[in-house]
Design a protein around this ligand. Structure first.
Ligand code: ZN
Length: 157
C-alpha cells in the first residue's frame, strides 16, 4: 500500500510519508519540476496529495473564538524561523504575535520563512497532527493513507 518515491534521498519512502516527514522536500520537488519524474498513476497520486496538503479542513474551533478554523497563522522568531502555529477563523488572525503570516492551513511553510527550516516544518506537521487527532500521533503508512483519503479532512476534496 502506497507508492514508493523511487528516486532521490527518500527513494524507499512512500509518497504519503513525504508530506508528514519532509514537506519541504515535496515543495522542492514541485518547484523544481522533479515531480515530472513520476510516471502515470504515481504522478496522479502525488498531485492529488499535494492539492490536499494545501487545503486542510482543520477540525475544532478558532483559538480566539468559537468560529470554525479556516486559517493558520505562522509566527517567526528573531532569526526568521517558524516559532508558532495557531489555527484560527477568518475573523481573528491578526491578534498577537509579531510579523505573522496568515494562510490556508497546509503542510507547507511559505517562502516568508527561512528555507530549510526543518524544525519549523516539524513543528507545523506536529501542530496539524495534534489538531486532527488531539494527541501526538505516530503516523503509520495506514494512518497516513487514511488521512489523505478522508474527504472531510480537506476543504476542496
Ligand atoms: Zn476566531
Amino acid at each position: 500500500m502506497g507508492y514508493k518515491v523511487g528516486f532521490g534521498k527518500h527513494k524507499d519512502e512512500t509518497l504519503e510519508w513525504l508530506f508528514f516527514n519532509d514537506p519541504g522536500y515535496v515543495r522542492w520537488m514541485v518547484d523544481k519540476g522533479v515531480a515530472r519524474e513520476f510516471s502515470g498513476i504515481v504522478r496522479s497520486r502525488f498531485e492529488y496529495l499535494v492539492l490536499r496538503a494545501m487545503n486542510l479542513a482543520v477540525p475544532g474551533k478558532c483559538r480566539n473564538c468559537n468560529r470554525p478554523i479556516s486559517r493558520m497563522r505562522l509566527t517567526k522568531n528573531a532569526s526568521g524561523k517558524l516559532a508558532q502555529v495557531d489555527f484560527l477563523c477568518d475573523k481573528c488572525p491578526q491578534i498577537g504575535g509579531s510579523r505573522p503570516l496568515v494562510t490556508m492551513p497546509a503542510f507547507f511553510v511559505p517562502d516568508f520563512f527561512k528555507s530549510n527550516d526543518k524544525r519549523g516544518e516539524k513543528a507545523l506537521v506536529d501542530s496539524i497532527k495534534y489538531a486532527f487527532y488531539g494527541k501526538k500521533m505516530r503516523m503509520t503508512q495506514e494512518k497516513m493513507v487514511e488521512f489523505f483519503d478522508e474527504p472531510s479532512n480537506f476543504v476542496n476534496p
